[in-house]
Design a protein around this ligand. Structure first.
Ligand SMILES: Cc1ncc(COP(=O)(O)O)c(C=O)c1O
Length: 369
């Protein structure tokens, strides 16, 4: 096991370093005042400090369930388990499938791969393409593993989004072969133009759909959820309870209060999408002008730009850190078949000036090469 490069980097850099590394939301866009108001309100009731239900407070689960139902994916409170971020959701599910084999995308989310290692899940990687996982490889692998972990919306790190056709094909394979899909979707609401429907809605009894408020509201709340069949949720509850009894009640009550004003949340999400699109467009344009040797496709949402360069980026990043700019080299996101010429840039957490200056510093390093 090795620690996440990203977390280690976040600990080692100082305030003068321009970081394109972490998957951090833009704190200037946090709805601070609304969350403050929600917090003041909930603290009028002593119950918010009491132990609470293992699967999460009912009215919050109801709100999450309503969102699914409103988009045509029939869901009740009993289909929802509140977790301590989607990171814990993955941990609970991995524990449930301990020591089995799992099909994953390549590249994939480092935090998930570490959880799978910790729970002795054997990972089989299948190449990710611009419109989703390579289907032939997926089918072959899934026939053996009967378990898959996919991030279909604005993938971390690759930034790709599954086409509707690939979503339907993945669901068909899971249905035909039997088995379970873990669909991790923390970036789903951060679309620039279009929200795709979930793969899970096509296979409601053979899927875990994972959501999170980390990227849309505030990661420090540490609130995520799992949407699954009642039977699967019941099986996971034993594991959830043994980890932490329940996720932070205060965070859940704050969220529940905040979300009770539906308009506020909608407005906030629209504002995020608008601003993140502007940040992405500026980042992409600066890359095209200053680093034309960096090849990438513009993402359709999410937080990352992913691409490749004609250089070893694992070496480049060490020089970059000395020049006080940092990104994540793509090799970190591979379990096997590592590639050493790729980079993931986060575009949501830097100002226009930082984007200009950071890319300039990387350009200078490449000129000196
Ligand atoms: C794909 C993916 N899944 C899950 C997580 C964990 O998020 P949370 O803050 O909800 O635990 C992240 C965080 O970066 C992520 O990128």
């Amino acid at each position: 096991m090795k620690r996440s490069f990203i977390r280690e980097i976040l600990e080692s850099i100082d305030e003068n370093t321009i970081s394109f590394a972490g998957g951090l939301p833009n704190e200037a866009l946090f709805p601070l005042k609304d969350l403050q108001e929600a917090t003041t309100k909930i603290f009028k009731d002593a119950n918010v400090l009491q132990y609470s239900l293992s699967n999460g407070i009912k009215s919050l689960r109801q709100k999450i369930a309503n969102e699914y139902t409103n988009e045509g994916f029939e869901t009740t409170v009993d289909n929802i388990l509140i977790t301590t971020g989607s990171q814990q959701a993955m941990y609970i599910i991995a524990k449930y499938f301990e020591s089995k084999a799992i099909t994953i995308e390549e590249p994939s989310y480092l935090g998930a791969m570490n959880i799978f290692r910790l729970n002795a899940l054997f990972m089989e990687s299948v190449k990710l393409e611009d419109d989703g996982i390579e289907l032939e490889g997926f089918e072959k692998s899934f026939q053996k593993t009967k378990l898959a972990y996919l991030i279909p919306d604005f993938q971390n790190p690759f930034s790709s989004t599954y086409s509707d056709e690939k979503r339907a094909m993945v669901a068909k394979i899971v249905k035909t072969e039997g088995g379970i899909l873990i669909e991790d979707a923390p970036y789903r609401e951060l679309y620039f133009d279009k929200k795709h429907s979930t793969i899970s809605s096509l296979i409601p009894n053979q899927s875990f759909h994972l959501g999170s408020f980390s990227k849309t509201l505030a990661p420090s709340l540490r609130i995520g959820w799992i949407r699954a069949s009642q039977e699967l949720i019941q099986s996971l509850l034993v594991i959830k309870e043994s980890i932490d009894l329940h996720s932070c009640g205060i965070s859940q009550y704050i969220l529940d209060e905040y979300l009770s004003n539906d308009e506020n949340y909608k407005k906030h999400l629209n504002n995020l999408r608008k601003n993140y699109k502007i940040q992405m467009e500026f980042f992409a344009q600066t890359l095209q002008e200053e680093l034309p040797q960096f090849h990438f496709s513009k993402p359709k949402g999410g937080m990352f730009i992913y691409g490749n360069l004609d250089t070893n980026t694992s070496e480049l990043v060490l020089k970059a850190i000395k020049e006080k700019v940092v990104f994540v080299p793509g090799s970190e996101f591979y379990n096997e078949h590592k590639r050493y010429n790729e980079i993931r840039f986060n575009f949501t957490h830097s100002t226009i000036d930082e984007i200009k200056e950071g890319i300039q510093r990387i350009k200078n390093l490449l000129v000196m090469k």
